[in-house]
Write a protein that binds this ligand. Sequence first.
Ligand SMILES: [Zn+2]
Length: 239
Amino acid sequence: MSRCRRAAFTLVELMVVIAVIGILVGLLMPAIQKMRKKANETKCKSNMRQIYLGLALYRDDYVSRSEAEQFPARLTHLFPEKVDNVRVFLCPFDGAKGTAGSRSDGQFPETYETGAEAGTKPCSYFYEFCWKPCSWYSGTGIGVAPFVPAGSPWSDVKWKQLKEGDDWLHTTYPGSTGYGGDYFPIVRCFWLQENLHPSGAEGSEAQMINDNREKNVFNLSYNGSFFRSGMKWEWSSEK
Ligand SMILES: [Zn+2]
């Protein structure tokens, strides 16, 4: 047997092969990441629709109550009767798996469900509605919402917004148009938005400009339809 038989690969050939594989992986990576992002978006939307279905079932059960009380105080109270899988409350983009609440920037922590509160589970989604007992319910009325009588609980404020939209904000934030009652967001996902504006004054012009470059917020409206929006809260009808 010849001792000088050519090696299967020379070092140079091996390095060329590795470089080619590297280039191919580099070319494919963005496509793979895009596909994964798309799949996660679909999963998130599916979660939100299941939550909405749970809310609708809940409303059917409590149709005899006052209107505002036809909503659960927390989304995860829908488990187990109306939503039978706690994973439905977790967005695939949420690295904290629901324990950080619905926004990673610490805004409005009172409205977060992190699973720490009695009777709740970790939850990635922002819920626009809560009735007493709710940490936003002070029992002394909501001063910034002139359309409900003094002493109204938070649930009444939200109920009014869901039914009639945000006309009252026209005066609070001049130039805003407000969400119409039929598409007022009731369940929202903020986890697709990267680089959240740090906690700042709600409604500040700088925040609105910064937060609305991309429409990365998923919204399920009161009528059950799905739409994307910027990081806007209640002062704009931009969809
Ligand atoms: Zn999501």
